[in-house]
Ligand binder design. Structure first.
Ligand code: ASP
Length: 339
């Protein structure tokens, strides 16, 4: 029996067409091109159904509403298919790949998010390989995780980040090894793949619409700006700090603004601006001052995963104390807890 894959087609370069304003999503054209690809009719390939979203989006227009729509869509089709491929723009792919693991509780089938830097309609493109390999992974590799496949790397979704604006190797997961690499062979590192946990049923929770945000520190950032960001109704903030999580500890007004917000119940999560490595708030005075102000460590979470996790936890209606606790735990393989 041929395996069956459900393709969630949200938009992105992969299916775009050239217009006078640059590349734009174009309804139906991806399906027409896929129908012309003999490789997709090969006996070793799965059969597939495509659900095209209306409107197709450049992923720069994605919001958490779309994350939830994708999760609900997968939930509705879950029993009918062996695996799922989400076609998505690369710009915010790492955010969606970070959010879906939290939204798809109890996942036991592969969900592979992919896209491309050059559309399928162009002669030279990376779309063809990303698409074919993602379909194979979703159909025939029992990886019960949300993954991002791109440019020969299979990454855990909630560890992935976009590292190149124009290269074919556009994604990486600097704080976690790839779950697989694709060259002559498809090599999955099964030791790294998470075992399914919890109830055998897929569980997509009802979520409220929390207010969370992200702020990148820069030299000279004013306490006023930080105060404005932290104003109600904000519930959670990803603070992208320097190095191992440091900030300007000589600026008392800056620290006061943070302490004031933390005391009101705003959960402020410290992530590093560095591509690689972990926050350690105890290493420098410039970090421990933030901890004293009530900022919590995001360890080696990517900023994308920290934002998605905050959204999920507050979305579930958890109180700030619970959110802080859960932020310090590894829920879906998103962070490394030191022994
Ligand atoms: N702007 C496009 C998008 O994110 C870029 C891409 O798909 O590569 O939808």
């Amino acid at each position: 029996m041929r395996k069956r894959v459900y393709i969630v087609y949200t938009g992105g370069t992969i299916g775009m067409r050239r217009t006078k304003d640059g590349y734009q999503p174009d309804s139906g054209s991806l399906q027409a091109q896929m129908a012309e690809m003999p490789e997709l009719r090969h006996a070793s390939m799965p059969s597939y159904d495509i659900h095209e979203y209306r409107p197709l989006l450049d992923s720069s227009n994605m919001t958490p509403r779309e994350w939830i729509a994708i999760a609900r869509d997968i939930e509705a089709q879950y029993e009918r298919y062996d695996g799922f491929v989400v076609l998505h723009g690369t710009d915010t792919m790492a955010y969606t790949a970070s959010a879906l693991p939290f939204l798809l509780g109890g996942l036991r089938k592969p969900v592979i998010i992919t896209g491309s830097q050059i559309p399928l309609c162009e002669i030279r493109n990376d779309a063809r390989e990303n698409l074919i390999t993602s379909l194979m992974l979703a159909a025939s590799y029992a990886i019960p995780e949300v993954c991002l496949y791109f440019g020969g790397k299979l990454l855990r979704g909630c560890r992935a980040t976009k590292v190149s604006a124009d290269g074919f190797a556009a994604f990486d997961s600097p704080n976690f090894p790839p779950l697989g690499t694709v060259g002559i062979d498809i090599d999955v590192n099964w030791d790294l793949v998470r075992k399914p946990r919890g109830a055998a049923k897929l569980d997509v929770p009802e979520l409220a619409r929390p207010v969370v945000s992200a702020l990148r520190l820069f030299p000279g950032i004013s306490p006023e700006l930080v105060r404005n960001v932290l104003r109600p109704p904000l519930q959670g903030l990803v603070l992208e700090a320097y190095g191992v999580g440091n900030g300007p500890d000589q600026d008392a007004a800056f620290l006061d603004v943070l302490a004031d917000a933390a005391a009101r119940g705003v959960v402020i999560v410290d992530c590093t601006q560095c591509l690689e490595g972990s926050v350690d708030l105890g290493e420098y005075a410039a970090g421990s001052a933030l901890a004293r102000a009530g900022v919590v460590s995001g360890f080696d979470l990517t900023a994308e995963a920290a934002l998605a996790k905050l959204y999920y936890l507050f979305g579930r209606g958890y109180k700030p104390e619970r959110v802080k606790k859960e932020m310090q735990k590894d829920l879906r393989g998103e962070l490394t807890l030191r022994a």
